[in-house]
Write a protein that binds this ligand. Structure first.
Ligand SMILES: [Zn+2]
Length: 461
């Protein structure tokens, strides 16, 4: 846009105090008819932690977000967009005349700073390479167990790679489905849709990145307002808006210090999913299991899922394919995967495969299903692809019920458990941990760094 005729619509600044609380800062500007493109820029000096993110809204709605949380020094955030395309994080489309709004999200700060904001308008169209149209096929028919990733970021938010790299890594590491969950923005969706195919189902989502916690909004067809810390729009409203689109709300990394969950007015009945295994969170995964059990004991059917939270799909702890969420879906497509997740026909695995069922007198039921209470409950786990000798724990209502230690092996191993005192409201789930090579210690073996698999529950009604 540098070479095009342009006018300056806004040049303003502001200051952030050292002890500023997280919150939103608004600026507005007017756009007259006939403008073809806008460039909005924010610059500020960042000495340490000072997360200030740039979002723009036109008279007709949201137009994009730019964030660079990792950078220090002079931070420059830019959103350029028009009918001819858009820069990273921004949404292409015509420039509507009227009042526009800039939202600066002060996510947190540990030092004072000054910022400068500018808006330039161009009468000449801009052009960005536009992604090809959506792929003809997104997944394939046929019921079965499918495995995928529910938490990933691209360079449209704070991921380090293009959407195409996230998708190629998903294929390379054997995923059947991939949810792109960039912070705030939907800018990566069109490229994502163009990269789908019969072997990989792509799912459009976003990560609500609020001042009181993060949540993945899955299965969205349009943007849901993630700015839940002002304007009378709450996290409960965002969850309802997600459900209105047929989507699912997932509470992410609930114990990640100041990125953990602190929405104390959140209505937990709105939670469909919870991350019970987050690949970057280490020992903070242990309280996530405890939280999950406290929800399940209240009778809330929240499905436990995994998240890599990948910001770099080929690299280190962020590499895709180290932990999976498996679902039993009626087809490999977005609606069927969401339905399977909602129903709890799912487990988290770092390698092994599982079939888990329970019977009393009649037909066996699987994960997410309910068995009639009253007689002895017999539970059966079939495990395969075990790379390590393992301890399999049957948990009842979140507490230890029984365990079996098994050898490594590719072949399916059948384990049986029983409970003579199953009552309505009880639930059973499995945890599998790699056994320590030396043995001989007195821990119970439930250590997150040895996690191999976490099932979803079977319920008694
Ligand atoms: Zn997050």
């Amino acid at each position: 846009m540098n070479t095009l005729p342009q006018t300056l619509l806004l040049q303003e600044g502001g200051s952030i105090a050292q002890d500023a609380k997280p919150g939103y800062i608004y600026h507005t500007f007017e756009v007259r008819p006939g403008i073809a493109a806008l460039r909005v820029r924010l610059s500020y000096r960042k000495e340490g932690v000072c997360q200030l993110y740039l979002s723009v809204f036109g008279p007709d709605g949201y137009r994009g977000t730019r964030m660079k949380p990792g950078e220090v020094g002079e931070v420059e955030l830019e959103l350029t967009f028009g009918a001819g395309g858009a820069s990273l994080g921004a949404l292409a489309g015509a420039i509507e005349p009227g009042t526009w709004r800039i939202l600066l999200d002060l996510e947190r700060t540990h030092h004072a700073t000054e910022y400068a904001l500018s808006v330039e308008a161009s009468l000449e169209p801009i052009s960005f390479p536009s992604p090809p149209p959506a792929a003809a096929q997104n997944g394939r028919p046929g019921a079965g167990w499918y495995r995928g990733e529910l938490h990933s970021h691209s360079h449209h938010s704070d991921g380090r790679t293009a959407v195409e790299d996230v998708v190629s890594a998903a294929r390379r590491y054997g995923l059947d489905f991939l949810a792109l969950t960039d912070h705030y923005t939907t800018a990566g969706w069109s490229e994502l849709r163009s990269l789908a195919g019969p072997g990989l189902c792509v799912m459009t989502g976003s990560e609500l990145t609020g001042h009181g916690g993060h949540a993945n909004l899955h299965g969205l067809s349009e943007w849901v307002n993630p700015f839940v810390d002002g304007d009378g729009w709450t996290v409960n409203d965002a969850a309802q808006a997600t459900h209105a689109q047929g989507g699912l709300f997932c509470v992410n990394h609930a114990f990640s210090l100041d990125l953990g969950w602190r929405y104390h007015r959140f209505d937990w009945r709105q939670a469909d999913l919870i991350e019970i295994y987050h690949h970057l969170e280490g020992s903070a995964n242990t309280p996530q299991l405890t939280l999950w059990d406290s929800l399940l004991r209240q009778g809330l059917r929240v499905t436990g899922v995994a998240g890599t939270d990948s910001h770099d799909p080929y690299s280190g702890q962020h590499r895709l394919g180290q932990v999976f969420t498996y679902v039993y879906a009626e087809a490999l497509d977005s609606r069927a995967i969401l339905a399977a997740l909602k129903a709890g026909r799912a487990y988290v695995s770092l390698g092994p495969r599982l079939e888990f069922s329970a019977t009393s007198n009649g037909r066996p039921v699987g994960m997410g299903e309910s068995l009639e209470a009253g007689t002895e409950v017999r539970l059966e786990a079939k495990l395969s692809d075990l790379a390590f000798p393992a301890r399999v724990l049957l948990m009842k209502n979140g507490f230890y019920h029984a365990h079996k230690d098994i050898a490594a092996g590719r072949d399916s191993l059948k384990l049986q458990f029983s409970d003579e005192d199953g009552r309505t409201g009880d639930y059973y789930r499995l945890e599998v941990f790699a056994l320590k090579p030396q043995g001989g210690d007195y821990s119970n073996g439930r250590e997150w760094e040895r996690t191999l698999l976490l099932s979803n529950p079977i319920f008694l009604t």
